[in-house]
Design a protein around this ligand. Structure first.
Ligand code: FES
Ligand code: FES
Length: 237
């Protein structure tokens, strides 16, 4: 018991931004707008991870050091290699093994936890990001294959405080419940509208356009409405 007490005493203090819930919501004090931008999800991930390895990695990054790849007896495969990824307009140097997926690097090495991993095998779309403006499942792409390409994640979709029209529409049309699929849907929808959709897509066209994404909460009605609502703005029509 005393060992357990000592361990508890050593836990980091609870951050102040994990205070009382707002608006009757449970859990983290994160605004709906912040959540949709992907920032809320990042904050949550950071808070849950606590101090530990993440803080060390942040400090190393702040000092200009490259996040180091995990080493040790459990590691398998070829040695880590250094690479530079252009993410949300910024070059980021990482050192990872060639087998590591882009989703893993984004979430586990660069703390861009707005990108979700659900199936980790290319069937749900939760991990969707843009590569050179096109939708890609980041769980199915090696980080090494993303070198030299422009990677955009949900954290980079808004322009400063201005949400992307699809993000705004998801808020207005209540297109989420648990929100876990939401970043992937927003990335898939924004790429669909920009690249393929007509100015006023029908319900069926939107369904087909974002058919690679799944929502376990069944919020498809709101999602399709939101994408239709955002279309004229994205297409400038
Ligand atoms: S997590 Fe990548 S497709 Fe499901
Ligand atoms: S809102 Fe919960 S999985 Fe889509």
């Amino acid at each position: 018991v005393s060992k357990l007490k000592d361990d508890l005493d050593e836990l980091p203090p609870i951050p102040e931004d994990l205070g009382a819930p707002e608006n009757g919501s449970r859990g983290l004090n994160v605004s709906r707008r912040g959540f949709i931008r992907g920032l809320g999800t990042g904050l949550a991930g950071t808070a849950i991870a606590g101090a530990g390895a993440l803080a060390d990695e942040r400090e190393a990054e702040a000092q200009g050091a490259v996040p180091a790849a995990p080493r040790g007896p459990g590691r398998m495969g070829p040695d880590p290699v250094r690479m530079t990824l252009n993410i949300n307009g910024r070059d980021q140097a990482v050192e990872v093994e060639p087998r590591v997926t882009l989703a893993s690097v984004l979430r586990n090495r660069l703390d861009l936890t707005g990108t979700k991993v659900v199936c980790d095998r290319g069937s749900c779309g939760a991990c969707t990001v843009h590569i050179d403006g096109k939708s890609v499942y980041s769980c199915m792409m090696l980080a090494a294959d993303a070198v030299g390409k422009k990677i955009t994640t949900i954290e980079g979709l808004a322009k400063g405080d201005d949400l992307h029209p699809v993000q705004e529409a998801f808020m207005r049309h209540d297109a989420l419940m648990c929100g876990y699929c939401t970043p992937g849907f927003i990335m898939a929808s924004s790429a669909y509208l920009k690249n393929k959709a007509p100015a006023r897509p029908t319900r069926e066209q939107v369904q087909a356009g974002i058919s690679g994404n799944l929502c376990r909460c069944g919020t498809y009605h709101g999602i399709i409405e939101a994408v239709q609502a955002a279309a004229p703005k994205v297409k400038g029509a």
